[in-house]
Design a protein around this ligand. Structure first.
Ligand SMILES: [Zn+2]
Length: 240
């Protein structure tokens, strides 16, 4: 991403006001004219309260050893984009996977495909989730960028923070972009399919337990241009 300093400030401020990741947005935000800064008037995040709100405890001194990274073939482990671990006092163990939920990021449309921009965007999302939302880590377990890279977000050993009140045993997969305003790339759709198939096989999740965010709560996420693609994947045998 090549943001000017001012754009970064505006974006940072706006994201905070908007209440977390873009897939928390309410439909009101979608009336925003293209090119305008994030509106300060958005004050009603929907799934922004998704995370467990554990009070921070002092961090123990022993070094953190990350659980093994698990993902589809070719995925990038978390160490690809950050050296930070989760705030362990604020994350809960997953204790088994029984469903998967697909999201879009939902902020400004994403057209970049280079590694550095993806890494910067992931760090931005993690900052919003940990600093502004006060969650224990980036909310999603996997992120798929526009080039089709599959990247580990929150380690799957930990419960995510991506669907209000429905995070237990729920793997969150987020595609970078705003699919109310753009369409996912073919590379993203291919990577989404292989990621879902991998997770379904590994954790024995049936196709009826693969959801989109809007199917579980009041949100437009994952956007009108991704929702039907997930729906057809479920019915055309693409996840069989
Ligand atoms: Zn979402």
């Amino acid at each position: 991403m090549k943001f000017t300093r001012r754009e970064m400030l505006i974006t940072g401020l706006g994201l905070m006001v908007a209440g977390g990741t873009g897939c928390t947005q309410t439909p009101t935000s979608l009336t925003r004219r293209p090119g305008t800064p994030w509106p300060g008037s958005i004050s009603q995040p929907t799934h922004a309260n998704a995370a467990a709100r554990t009070v921070a405890a002092p961090q123990p001194a022993q070094p953190y050893r990350a659980p093994a990274a698990v993902g589809p073939p070719g995925f990038r482990p978390r160490s690809w984009w950050t050296r930070s671990g989760p705030i362990r006092s604020k994350v809960n163990p997953m204790k088994g996977v029984s469903r998967i939920t697909v999201h879009h990021e939902g902020h400004t449309p994403v057209w970049f495909t280079d590694e550095q921009s993806t890494k910067a965007r992931l760090e931005q999302v993690r900052n919003i989730h940990t600093r502004d939302r006060r969650w224990g880590d980036i909310g999603y377990h996997f992120v798929i960028d526009r080039a089709g890279r599959v990247i580990e977000g929150r380690n799957i050993a930990y419960q995510g923070a991506h669907v209000s009140n429905q995070n237990p045993h729920n793997v969150g997969v987020m595609l970078l972009g705003n699919f109310e305003k753009q369409s996912p790339s073919q590379a993203q759709l291919t990577a989404l399919q292989s990621t879902l198939r991998h997770l379904m096989a590994k954790y024995r999740v049936p196709v009826r337990r693969v959801y989109t965010h809007r199917e579980l709560g009041p949100t437009v996420c994952p956007g009108r241009n991704l929702q039907p693609r997930v729906a057809s994947l479920r019915t055309n045998g693409g996840l069989a």
